[in-house]
Design a protein around this ligand. Sequence first.
Ligand SMILES: C[S@@+](CC[C@H](N)C(=O)[O-])C[C@H]1O[C@@H](n2cnc3c(N)ncnc32)[C@H](O)[C@@H]1O
Length: 232
Amino acid sequence: MPEATQINTMFGGIAKRYDRANHILSFGMDFAWRRFVTKRVATYHPKRVLDLATGSGDLAFALKKRLGKQVDVKGADFCQPMLEIAEHKQRNKQPDSKVSFSLADCLSLPFDDNSVDVVTIAFGLRNLEDRAQGLAEIRRVLRKEHGALLILEFSQPDRWLRPFYYTYLKYILPSLASMTTRNASAYHYLAGSIEQFPNKGKLCEEILHAGFSSVQAAGLTGSIVAVHEAMV
Ligand SMILES: C[S@@+](CC[C@H](N)C(=O)[O-])C[C@H]1O[C@@H](n2cnc3c(N)ncnc32)[C@H](O)[C@@H]1O
């Protein structure tokens, strides 16, 4: 795992082309994955939601849209250029969305204990230098009663899909990515980090080990991605 400063610099380097690359490389499936998360979050009827590693803010905007004006949605990320894209979108495309974005490191969150109803993190947990520390920080800021964590992240796909998927990851994705972002190395990192990321069962164990009382995982698109939903 590269150091946090390398991760930060890497995302800073691709920030301007990040959204387009996301939609192209996921064949547009990222919209449906976020929709699944926002639907699940709505079932908790939260008042305060924190989207960590929010990047260019797409999940935070989708949450705000689904949950409505009365719900406080915050987005936090440690990469200033990614947050600038989020702020730019807020000004130009989402003027009524009123998500508040802040610069923050998931490993040392500038939020009070027991202060957030739901934390979401999409494609961010895999990039944390210390996953256990990140989960501990998330648990600290979540409400002790009914606080919920939703993680949208790549997973290990169903067996039948693996040969195609790993071929795509290793050989097709980096070249597609270098065409869309002109930064092949970031997407070589992406492929490697996905392969090394724990499967659903192992991530559930890590979440319980971090002190959450329960967790369930749902695989989407043949478990290319999974949503882990954990209660404090
Ligand atoms: C793959 S992007 C995901 C962005 C967004 N959530 C999405 O779904 O498109 C990963 C994000 O995690 C952020 N990140 C990585 N480590 C972080 C940390 N320790 N604290 C805050 N943000 C972090 C990066 O800056 C980047 O914006």
